[in-house]
Design a binder for this molecule. Structure first.
Ligand code: PMP
Length: 373
């Protein structure tokens, strides 16, 4: 099998798994319980949260554990908008937001909010002039994706935060799920930031939402305060410990890992561009972990299936599989519907073996010969 889908999920780092097992074995008390076993677990959770906060350069009280980035996005988008509703019900986002953000926005729209998309340019970046025009006194939320999962397009956060500083009612939510460990993190002016360690060799089942202190957030799960008033339930201590380990490793080794991915991306790009039918959809300054391409005349789902039949794991945006629906992100960036229908994604990590890429290119060649009309 050739695994080229690290944007969807990464293999767990053995050190992360070891940290999880050690914490899960040692602390079995409920961190919310008021007895010695609970107190020990609570103290361990506090230590882990402090370490995560230090790694992110924020306060421990600003960390909220969730079940993954989907829940972190859902909580941020709904929670920020609902808490800000007295000031207005106008929300902005882009076509590059993840399905979990879109889902939360759809729910808000059904509840009566107005949601608009700010256009993005051919580089995937938000059109700042359009954003300036679209911002209103009653805009309460701008939700952007720091690195989108289909193209790897990078959203510079600082200019957005600068612009929003003139709109005190408007909160800035950043979905950093594909950015952590790949880019330097910018939290200045950011009100909430979501991510999940399973994207950087952590475990599945845990996500993190950074929420700036004093920014009001309406909880989405009721039933008791627990470790944080924003997300009730028994805190998953061992998963939090595993998140700390994965984050520490990702940030400590970020530069070397990104270099390794860049090398793999350059190798693939050069080989793929020798095919006249291939168009690379990822912007030139996308993160190297994501390489979105189209093979002219072949649907993305068809190419992905042909590769899967030969043991290669790549990804097509799930909505594409419903016939006739092109990738909205690729359409927004390339403005070409046919091209968007043909798009699919290769994603890489520092662990992607170089020989796997050579083998992939051989299989790709076979598929081209078979499928290109
Ligand atoms: N946001 C982005 C940008 C993502 O890529 C993903 C995962 N594909 C998510 C959110 C949702 O993450 P999770 O799988 O942890 O729910």
């Amino acid at each position: 099998m050739i695994y080229l889908d690290d944007t969807a999920n990464t293999p767990v780092d053995p050190a992360v798994l070891a940290a999880f097992c050690a914490a899960e074995t040692r602390y079995f008390g409920n961190p919310n319980a008021d007895h010695p076993a609970g107190q020990a677990a609570r103290a361990a959770l506090a230590r882990t949260t402090e370490a995560i906060a230090r790694l992110l350069g924020v306060q421990p009280g600003e960390i909220i554990y969730t079940s993954g980035a989907t829940e972190a996005n859902d909580l941020a988008v709904k929670g920020l908008a609902q808490a800000a509703a007295p000031a207005g019900r106008h929300i902005l986002t882009t076509a590059l937001s993840h399905a979990s953000v879109r889902g939360a926005l759809d729910a808000l729209r059904q509840a009566g909010d107005t949601v608009e998309r700010v256009p993005v340019g051919a580089d995937g970046k938000i059109d700042l002039a359009a954003l300036r025009r679209m911002l209103r006194a009653d805009t309460v939320l701008l939700s952007v994706c720091a690195v989108d999962s289909e193209l790897g397009a990078v959203q510079p956060i600082e200019p957005l935060a600068d612009l929003l500083s003139a709109y005190p009612n408007c909160r800035l939510h950043v979905d950093a799920t594909q950015a952590v460990g790949k880019l330097p993190l910018t939290l200045a002016g950011v009100d909430a930031m979501s991510f999940a360690p399973h994207k950087f060799n952590g475990l599945n089942g845990v996500g993190i939402l950074y929420k700036r202190s004093r920014v009001p957030l309406t909880p989405q799960i009721g039933g008791g305060a627990g470790a944080t008033p924003y997300r009730s339930g028994t805190p998953a201590l061992a998963l939090a410990v595993s998140a700390e380990k994965a984050l520490e490793l990702a940030l400590t080794h970020q530069a070397a890992r990104v270099r390794a991915v860049r090398e793999r991306n350059a190798l693939l790009r050069a080989a793929l561009l020798r095919y006249p039918a291939v168009r690379i959809n990822s912007p030139a300054d996308a993160v190297p972990h994501i390489l979105n391409l189209s093979v002219r005349g072949v649907k993305g789902t068809t190419f992905q299936r042909a590769l899967a039949d030969r043991g290669v794991c790549v990804s097509v945006r799930s909505a594409c599989s419903s016939d006739g629906a092109p990738s909205e992100a690729v359409l927004a960036v390339t403005g070409d519907r046919r091209n968007a229908l043909s798009s699919w994604r290769i994603s890489l990590s520092h662990l992607t073996p170089l020989p796997a890429l050579t083998e992939f290119l051989q299989i790709f060649d076979v598929c081209c010969k078979e499928l290109i009309p």
